[in-house]
Design a protein around this ligand. Sequence first.
Ligand code: C2O
Ligand code: CU
Length: 546
Amino acid sequence: ARFRHYKWDVTYQYKSPDCFKKLIISINGESPGPTIIADQGDTIVVELKNSLVTENLAVHWHGIRQIGSPWSDGTEAVTQCPILPGDTFIYKFVVDRAGTFLYHAHYGLQKEAGLYGFIIVANPPNFTEPFTYDYDQRIILNDWYHKSAYEQGTGLSSIPFGWVGEPQSLLINGRGKFNCSLPSLKTGVCNASNPECSPYVLAVIPGRTYRLRIGSLASLSSLSFEIEGHNLTVVEADGHYVEPFVVKNIYLYSGETYSVLLKANQDSSRNYWAITNVVSRKPSTPNALAILNYIPNDAQTLPPTVPPTGPLWNDTTARLAQSLAIKAHGGHIIPIPAKADRTIVLLNTQNKLNGYTKWAINNVSLTLPHTPYLIALKYNLKHAFDQTIPPDNYDSENYDIFNVAKNVNTTSSSGIYRLKFNSTVDVILQNANTMNANDSETHPWHLHGHDFWVLGFGTGKFNVSEDSKKFNLVNPITKNTVPLHNYGWTAVRFHANNPGVWLFHCHVESHFFLGMSVVFEEGIEKLGELPSTILGCGETRNHHRP
Ligand code: C2O
Ligand code: CU
């Protein structure tokens, strides 16, 4: 195992990823940021300099469990104080498992501003993967807003509520195409021939097989990705091998990664379109296009066909079917504990709080404390956050998930769930109607510090006695992010065996911002001294351990 040392300077830059010029947050001048490439067991050291001048920063390593290094999880207010402008913070963690992971900013709405990228961890040399391929390629998907993270954050925390709206563009490897000929645009802000927004080109050699590692870090959108005329064989999800299955298009929810195999086995005299489109919300965002270029055709030659339009945005059945199709690969099943010690049912609702719009879990909208939980718990700073423990259930007898709640008011708290160390926990995510009639949204839920087994998905209200009988305990996939479908439920199980404090939240950035999150603590007493670099805010202002 080696040390991999990265020096990242985080700055604002003018960039035009979709041809529209905007201030974006870059790493060493790039967005998406550089890919971290490592071998299993390596130690990653990222020296992160916050050169944003007027803005705090924190970066999260999404899918890395941070075993023994919970202070490197990069979640501001949970595991560390924000990195102040001008400061350098050193993240140090071991990548203990091979697979495809992500990183992104985890302060305010900074992910929206462009700080995101891939972490690719390779297997040890003697390891044989359950599939073969000739080349390894990466596709990172995102949705893109022209409004700044500040404007979005201000709207979300105002009365009247200012919703972020649908994104202006989708990006494939940081490239999209906004319509620069709209008459409302000021001159000079949008340039359709800017090379920064020319479509991404994936060049392939006829006859070869490509492993495409695809990840989504969309702020809002659920996405579909497909390549015209080619099937994709899904082989990996969130760093775990899956029983291969073939799809025409793959659905990705923010925070998920997949590897798919692509065979360059079509008519090689031409190029093809690769597209991503919005699903689950009625889209007003144009699809992003990339080019699959068969070598030696000219890479810039557009395919002779009309691009595919992707699946229908409201085909929930197809999305649920893909979720259900994902099973652990037969040779790579991680044995699952037969039953849980504790079951937590989390109802997802959209609410009002003193006139503000919020999202809440079991009628608690999470407010993040000023002193990070990890520090407050370790040093027993009881008044740093709410000591009331949030509920393990909601009024499931009486709550009607199919209609707007009679009383949409909620409460807010910074209270957390305390898990018994080494216990097995089931979480049932229960979706419901929003504050608008006939509307229920998709929420991708991401757990920090762990992978979980995906026990099942269903529609309607989870029924303990019926639905828990149908849990997949044979070959459930392990993941770190999973969708909660419209009007449905999703059940996961995890082992609370990683000492630390961990967020479990909706990966839609604005939903998280509006309180759609819970916090789990386990084994805090097992942690030694915390690094002093995570201190410096709230009750640890003076940088001294209390
Ligand atoms: Cu990728 Cu807390 O998120
Ligand atoms: Cu959500």
